[in-house]
Design a protein around this ligand. Structure first.
Ligand code: HPA
Length: 272
């Protein structure tokens, strides 16, 4: 079945539950789901109800599409996302992003938990993603291209909207919220990196590393969506002392930093 035909069925189902066109799509990373409490929720649809949707399994991902209003805008949020390490293909990971676009979403805001590989970063800080390296992951566009969705060879010179990066920096400044800007390196996981790998990522120009986001950004750009993404630095890769990293620690750091991310996203949604 063609992806475009699957999307038609998915959109038809969603429109039966919620007929309004959302303008902004939001993907909430591990431990970052509370953003939804800022929304006036109108409809929730569990992923396992949606035709052609993969089903989320990992702890900390509640797995539903949440439709509603925020700052005068109609938004759709994904509480929980799909990861390649769960066994989905790169294309499946991006399916919800394609659904958002098919619903009419033009702007995508992504968040994630990431390991810092920049020596100036501290746990709990935020990093606006200005660019990414996706070579260590599978490209979601591999396979036959459906020209209705986007071009065979998409340009990636501005994966993250400069307009939104600048806007977010200004917002952070007025909020007196310290924020970094940097390069995110996508990896498959599920292992955290070895010391040598964190060092390599640093050498390659990466400021943060994580197991999501790059594939979603590629699919979004393929379809011409405007993308903005933020990492919450939940652990530090490059340091000399003991450096054991656990999922629990990542979730806890994300929870603590979450109010900052939420505040930034709320303002950004208002001003997009
Ligand atoms: N590496 C990869 N993914 C991550 C990390 C990390 O250190 N922290 C949170 N997600």
């Amino acid at each position: 079945m063609l992806l475009t035909d699957q999307l038609k069925e998915t959109v038809a189902y969603i429109r039966q539950q919620y007929a309004i066109t959302p303008q902004i799509g939001i993907v909430l990373g591990s431990g970052l789901g509370n953003f939804v409490s800022e929304m006036q929720v109108e409809t929730e649809i569990a992923y396992n109800q949606v035709p052609h949707f993969p089903v989320s399994t990992v702890e900390g991902h509640s797995g539903k599409l949440i439709f509603g209003e925020l700052g005068g805008k109609k938004v759709v949020a994904m509480a929980g996302r799909f990861h390649f390490y769960e066994g989905y293909t790169a294309a499946q990971v991006c399916y919800p992003i394609r659904v958002m676009k098919a619903l009419g979403v033009e702007t995508l805001l992504l968040s994630n938990a990431a390991g810092g590989t920049n020596k100036n970063f501290a746990v709990g800080e935020l990093m606006i993603i200005k660019d990414h390296i996706s070579f260590f992951t599978n490209n979601p566009l591999v396979g036959k291209n459906e020209d209705q969705l986007g071009p065979r060879f998409p340009d990636m010179s501005e994966p993250y909207s400069k307009r939104l990066v600048e806007k977010a920096k200004t917002i952070a400044e007025t909020m007196r919220l310290p924020i970094h800007t940097g390069v995110y390196v996508g990896v498959t996981g599920p292992t955290f990196e070895t010391r040598a790998e964190y060092n390599l990522i640093h050498l390659l120009g990466g400021d943060a590393v994580g197991m999501s986001t790059v594939q979603e950004t590629i699919a979004a750009r393929h379809m011409g969506m405007e993308v903005f993404a933020v990492s919450v630095i939940t652990d530090l890769g490059i340091r000399d002392d003991e450096n054991i990293i656990t999922h629990e620690e990542v979730l806890m750091a994300a929870k603590e930093a979450e109010p900052k991310l939420t505040a930034l996203f709320v303002r950004l949604v208002q001003e997009v």
